[in-house]
Ligand binder design. Structure first.
Ligand code: DAH
Length: 372
């Protein structure tokens, strides 16, 4: 067969092209092989990323081949293009799979490191409880509220008139001396009892009144088994038209209160006494909670314990708040909350109430929760 110069030229040309085409395919296969070798099962994040940038990146190897596509004869270009795409898809899939595996491994590592046991019970948050004195005060107030008494707070910082003068304390009364009362600058003082509540409330209200005033009181006493420079009291009073509220009501209300608070079998006794702000005055005793009246060391063999002070409001006190004693009449009483709690809870040292020792306070936790 005779080979014409033309056909020879064509053959040589296509041979050259065939050579270039096969070189492109070869190069592509090389790129694929190398990349797959580098994307082995142990390839780390940095290596995966390096391969991705080098092969698939914007100026990466595959883009380089695509740019040189002109060098291939037109009929070959689709096949080379397909090969480029095939390699691209294959490498992308491999990279995605590897990235997924690495992500799972990282997750497993961090879960193991935290070693979180979701079945463990949660940590208990320590809950506080109400102070035993608070509990007692709330119970006392509840009993009075059930009898129809209003609960009104009054002030701790007072003037002489509301703490002493209006309550008929004479000018030379020992309670007005420096050794008993905390005086403040400007003629003020810390109230020595909650009886100022009577004056504060009656000054701004008109009878009929049935009120209890709880609050803190202050006296210059050393903290001891029996006394504290700060303690709390509940003051109570009932005032109405003359003749409507008598000593009999005083006895009835206080007996009812004491039996509700200490127990229905508690003995209650009224003893004549003296307070400047009441006339007549009575101290109230309850039968000793320890010996039930038989006589023991705590009640000094008497069978009785003093629990509160009371009386018919003195006409001078009524006058001081602008009431006419011929028109109005009433009774009043006052008691120490710590002292009363002490007796009821069987606590033998007042200081325990102020020390905030959790071993002591936690004994009243269940009572506190019952109260909530
Ligand atoms: N204020 C008295 C005290 O601090 C207690 C008291 C006694 C209050 C008799 C009263 C009362 O209202 O009538 O010891």
């Amino acid at each position: 067969m005779r080979i014409s110069a033309w056909s020879l030229r064509l053959t040589v040309l296509s041979l050259g092209q065939w050579f270039r085409n096969s070189l492109m395919r070869e190069q592509l296969e090389e790129i694929r092989e190398r990349a797959l070798a580098e994307l082995g099962d142990d390839a780390g994040d940095a290596q995966i990323e390096a391969v991705r940038v080098r092969v698939l990146g914007r100026s990466g190897e595959l883009t380089g081949i695509m740019r040189r596509m002109r060098e291939a004869p037109p009929e070959e270009r689709p096949a080379i293009g397909r090969l480029v795409n095939e390699i691209k898809d294959q490498l992308e899939a491999r990279i995605a799979a590897l990235v997924e595996i690495r992500k799972r491994e990282a997750m497993a590592r961090s879960l193991n490191a935290a070693a979180l046991d979701v079945t463990l019970p949660g940590a208990r948050i320590a809950r506080g409880s109400l102070h035993p004195v608070t509990l007692s005060r709330e119970r006392m107030l509840d009993i009075f509220a059930a009898m129809g008494f209003e609960i009104i707070d009054t002030q701790d910082v007072e003037d002489d008139f509301h703490n002493f003068g209006a309550l008929n304390f004479p000018a030379d009364h020992p309670a007005r001396e420096m050794q008993d009362t905390f005086f403040l600058p400007g003629g003020m003082l810390l109230r020595t009892h909650t009886s100022n509540g009577q004056i504060r409330v009656m000054e701004r209200r008109r009878p009929p009144l049935a009120v209890v005033c709880p609050g803190n009181c202050y006296r210059r006493d050393e903290l001891s088994v029996r006394a504290s420079p700060m303690f709390s009291q509940i003051e109570g009073f009932m005032v109405d038209r003359a003749g409507a509220v008598t000593m009999a009501h005083l006895k009835g209300v206080l007996t009812e209160f004491l039996r509700a608070f200490f127990g229905s079998d508690t003995g209650v006794r009224f003893r004549a006494s003296f307070f400047p702000f009441t006339e007549p005055s009575a101290e109230v005793d309850i039968s000793c909670l320890l010996c039930k009246g038989a006589g023991c060391r705590v009640c000094k063999q008497s069978g009785w314990t003093e629990i509160l002070g009371s009386g018919m409001i003195h006409p001078n006190v009524l006058r001081a708040v602008g009431y006419d004693p011929k028109e109005y009449q009433g009774f009043a009483f006052g008691m120490g909350v710590e002292r009363t709690s002490l007796l009821r809870l069987g606590v033998d040292d007042l200081r325990l109430f102020f020390e905030n020792d959790l071993r002591f306070l936690e004994q009243f936790r269940s009572a506190s929760e019952g109260a909530l």
